[in-house]
Design a protein around this ligand. Structure first.
Ligand code: PLP
Length: 377
C-alpha cells in the first residue's frame, strides 16, 4: 500500500497521543467548571493552574503572564486591538507586510478606528532588519508587531534588535510566534518580548486553543468581555481539556527541542540532496536562517498549484501559499512582500517537515517532485 506522506506541518500537526491521553479525563469525568468553588471543580482548577505554570516555564515567563485563548488568531487580534484600546496618547502602530492575515486584518481594523499603521517591507530574504524598523518608528508608536518566523518561507526575524529599537522609542513589542513556539528555543526575556502569540495545533496540541503571553506591567485591554476568567482579562469558560493537551504537547516539544531540530534539519538536507541528485532545478526562498523543516521551493516555469495537486494524487500533502488561504490561487502576500518574480512565485510550494516525518518520507517527496518536474508539471 502507498504510504501517505504528510508534509504540511506548518499548517497543522498531528495531535500527540500522550497529550490526547492527558486530555481525556477532562473531556469525560473531570468536567467541572474551573470557576466553581465546590470540590468537584478542584481537579479542573488544578489542571488549569498547572498547565499555566508548565507553559510559562517553557517560554521563561511567570504563570500569571499566560492567558489562554482560542488560538493564534485570537491572540494576535487581542494583542493589537487590546493595545490600541488601552493607549490614549500614542496612536501609531507598526507591523510588516510578511505577517499572517490575523495580524494584517486586525491592523486594518484598528486603522479604520483612526490608528495609523505602517507596514514594513522586508528584504528579499524575508527579513525585517533593525534599520527597516528605524526608518518608520517614532515616539508616537505604541506597538510594534513583527512575527517570530514566517509561516510560508520560514525566515526567522532579528527579534532582539526589533524589540530593543521598539523600547528605545517607548513602544511595546509583540511577536506572532505561532510557527516558532515548540520548534526553536524561545525564552521571552532573551528576546525582550512584551507580548507573544502561540497556537497549540502547530506543536502537536489540539486545534482551537492557544495563549497570549503578556509581560507583567504591559498595558492591555480585554477584547472578550464577560466573566472574570483569565484574571478578568479574557472572559469565557476555559477549555480545560484543550489547555491540558496544549501544556502537555508544549512541554514535550520543549524537552525534545534540540533533538528534533537536529533530526528535522537532517531530513531537510536529505530532501534537498535528493532533489539535486535528480537534477531538479529549484530555488529556495527565505534566506539562510529559516525554521527547521520549513522548505519553500520555487520551480521556475511550473505551477505550484499543479505540483500540489499532482503530489496529492500520489498521497503527499504539501502547501502552496499560506494554509489558511488554501483555496486562494492568487500569489500569496508573503511571496509578493519579498518581491519574488511572478513566474517563480507561481511555481512555489511549501514543504513543512516535522518530527513525525522520516527519511523515507523525504525520499518519496523528492522522487515524486522529480517525476512531476520532468513531465513539466
Ligand atoms: N499566525 C501564524 C504565523 C500562523 O501560521 C497561523 C496559522 O496558520 C496563525 C497565526 C493562526 O493561528 P490559529 O490557526 O491558531 O488561529
Amino acid at each position: 500500500m502507498k504510504k501517505f506522506v504528510y508534509a504540511d506541518n506548518a499548517a497543522t500537526t498531528q495531535l500527540d497521543m500522550e497529550a490526547f491521553e492527558a486530555m481525556k479525563p477532562f473531556l469525560l469525568s473531570e468536567y467541572g467548571n474551573p470557576s466553581q468553588p465546590y470540590s468537584f471543580s478542584r481537579s479542573a482548577k488544578k489542571a488549569l493552574s498547572e498547565s499555566r505554570a508548565v507553559i510559562a516555564e517553557c517560554i521563561g515567563a511567570q504563570p500569571e503572564e499566560i492567558y489562554f485563548t482560542s488560538g493564534g488568531t485570537e491572540s494576535d487580534n487581542w494583542a493589537i486591538k487590546g493595545s490600541a484600546l488601552v493607549n490614549e496618547e500614542k496612536r501609531a502602530m507598526i507591523t510588516s507586510t510578511l505577517e499572517h492575515h490575523a495580524i494584517l486584518r486586525a491592523s486594518s481594523a484598528i486603522e479604520r478606528l483612526g490608528y495609523p499603521v505602517a507596514y514594513l517591507a522586508p528584504t528579499k530574504e524575508g527579513i525585517i532588519t533593525g534599520n527597516i524598523l528605524k526608518s518608520e518608528i517614532t515616539d508616537n508608536t505604541f506597538l510594534v508587531s513583527v512575527m517570530f518566523a514566517n509561516n510560508e518561507i520560514g525566515s526567522i526575524q532579528p527579534i532582539s534588535d526589533l524589540s530593543a529599537i521598539s523600547h528605545e522609542h517607548g513602544a511595546f513589542f509583540h511577536t506572532d510566534a505561532v510557527q516558532g513556539i515548540g520548534h526553536v528555543p524561545l525564552k521571552v526575556n532573551d528576546y525582550g518580548i512584551d507580548m507573544l502569540s502561540a497556537s497549540a495545533h502547530k506543536f502537536h496540541g489540539p486545534r482551537g486553543i492557544g495563549f497570549l503571553y503578556v509581560k507583567n506591567g504591559v498595558p492591555l485591554a480585554p477584547i472578550l468581555n464577560g466573566g472574570n476568567q483569565e484574571f478578568g482579562m479574557r472572559a469565557g469558560t476555559q477549555n480545560v481539556p484543550a489547555i491540558v493537551g496544549m501544556a502537555y504537547a508544549l512541554k514535550k516539544s520543549c524537552a525534545q527541542l534540540n533533538r528534533n531540530i537536529e533530526y528535522i534539519r537532517s531530513l531537510e538536507r536529505i530532501l534537498l540532496t535528493e532533489l539535486n541528485g535528480h537534477g531538479v532545478l529549484f530555488a529556495r526562498n527565505g534566506g539562510d536562517h529559516t525554521l527547521p523543516g520549513l522548505v519553500s521551493l520555487s520551480f521556475p516555469g511550473l505551477s505550484g498549484e499543479t505540483i500540489l495537486h499532482r503530489l496529492d494524487l500520489k498521497g503527499i500533502a504539501v502547501s502552496t501559499g499560506s494554509a489558511c488561504d488554501g483555496q486562494n490561487t492568487e500569489i500569496s502576500h508573503v511571496l509578493k512582500a519579498i518581491k519574488l518574480e511572478e513566474s517563480r512565485a507561481r511555481g512555489t510550494i511549501r514543504i513543512s517537515l516535522g518530527d513525525t516525518n522520516d527519511e523515507e518520507d523525504v525520499i518519496i517527496i523528492a522522487n515524486a517532485i522529480a517525476e512531476i518536474v520532468k513531465s513539466r508539471g
